[in-house]
Write a protein that binds this ligand. Structure first.
Ligand code: PLP
Length: 365
């Protein structure tokens, strides 16, 4: 498990991947030990099928879909790609400027970028103008992976209703951290990822509004009602469902707020990206003007504090991300509290960050 105990390193990179939840581990191990392919007709296959369908039902109930409208995949990237490819047919694709690379890539180079305001929320006026021109597929995430900023879901849904547009919502970071329900959101489809919920890596799901159909990216044995080819990664799916049942991050807001208050007290010049917008409870993007994010990440790592410079999905990438560029901000460090963060996390982070800042200031003097 990712170390978070006081004695070990302090893991604050949950948006890259959440520590494995005990319930998810137990469910994944049980599925591994059960064996069997859910497509086999014999007893072992039927047992595997029961595990698969139980996981589907849990996800459907938790995120507001019918079980038959849940397509199980090998991750969030795949769920996003299946939805976008299918729903884009005959429509102009509009994609948020701050979307995850998985969505930007699936939307393709022809897609029109929807700008965001300085606080990271979507510019609804521009979106409406674009939607009024032609039937559109709108790709807008529920919450941003770098800043935690939440788009105004209700307003986006209203625009889609008014102009007859489809809305695909990448909910990979929002799932399990804020209330999320496909029906209530007004989105047409929604992608989630197992390892961001505290499940194992290698599972995801696409949830569809009733009546929407999608085609497989890779044709195979007709699994998932012909919507996703390939044997389902059953242990990871079972773990994802078990994680989804217990995932709930609201209490992390107190720790996040303590970190931000401490940062402001230590460094009045620091900027918190999207601070004025509604955000995920666990995420804070801290900018220290004039100090490279990677310098901070390395210094903090040496002090036993694990954060990332913007998104960690494309690990190794440094410099200002497209998300912060769209918000007109410098590069910063992303502090994302995991579900098992302890009450000492703010104090430990602030001690390391404050010491780092002082060292850098002395060096610069
Ligand atoms: N969408 C968002 C917003 C993400 O943060 C990520 C991963 O970081 C993904 C999609 C991709 O999910 P996965 O790692 O399951 O492919």
């Amino acid at each position: 498990m990712t170390p978070t105990a006081s004695a070990g390193p302090l893991y604050l990179d949950a948006n890259a991947t959440e520590p494995l939840r005990p319930a998810a581990r137990a469910a994944a191990l049980a599925a591994l030990e059960a064996g069997g392919n859910p497509s086999s007709v014999h007893a072992a296959g039927r047992a595997a099928r029961r595990i698969l369908e139980a996981a589907r039902e849990v996800l459907a109930a938790r995120f507001g879909a019918r079980p038959q409208d849940v397509v199980l995949t090998a991750g969030g990237t795949e769920a996003n790609a299946i939805a976008i490819r299918a729903l884009a047919a005959g429509r102009r694709v509009l994609v948020g400027e701050t979307e995850h690379p998985a969505v930007l890539a699936a939307a393709g180079p022809e897609a029109v970028r929807i700008p965001v305001h300085d606080d990271g929320t979507v510019n609804l006026r521009v979106l409406e103008g674009l939607m009024a021109e032609r039937p559109a597929l709108v790709c807008l995430m529920a919450a941003n992976n770098e800043t935690g900023v939440l788009h105004p879901w209700a307003e986006v849904a209203d625009l889609c209703r008014k102009h007859g547009g489809y809305w695909h919502m990448d909910a990979v970071q929002a799932a399990g951290r804020v209330p999320l329900d496909l029906r209530a959101s007004g989105a047409d489809s929604l992608a989630i990822s197992g390892h961001k919920l505290g499940g194992p890596m290698g599972a995801g799901a696409l949830l569809l509004r009733p009546g929407l159909e999608v085609a497989p990216l890779i044709a195979g044995g007709g699994q998932e009602r012909g919507r996703r080819g390939g044997t389902e990664p059953l242990p990871a799916i079972a773990g994802m469902a078990a994680a989804a049942e217990v995932a709930h991050a609201a209490t992390l807001a107190t720790l996040r707020d303590a970190i931000e208050a401490g940062v402001r007290a230590l460094a009045p010049e620091a900027v918190i990206a999207g601070a004025a917008a509604p955000r995920l409870p666990n995420t804070s993007l801290v900018i220290l003007p004039g100090v490279a994010a990677e310098t901070q990440v390395i210094a903090l790592d040496l002090a036993g504090v694990q954060v990332s410079a913007g998104a960690a999905c494309s690990s190794g990438k440094v410099g200002r991300s497209h998300v912060l560029a769209a918000m007109g901000l410098e590069a910063g460090i992303r502090v994302s509290l995991p579900w098992d963060a302890g009450p000492d996390a703010p104090a430990r982070f602030l001690a390391a960050w404050g010491a780092m800042r002082e060292r850098l200031a002395r060096r610069a003097a």
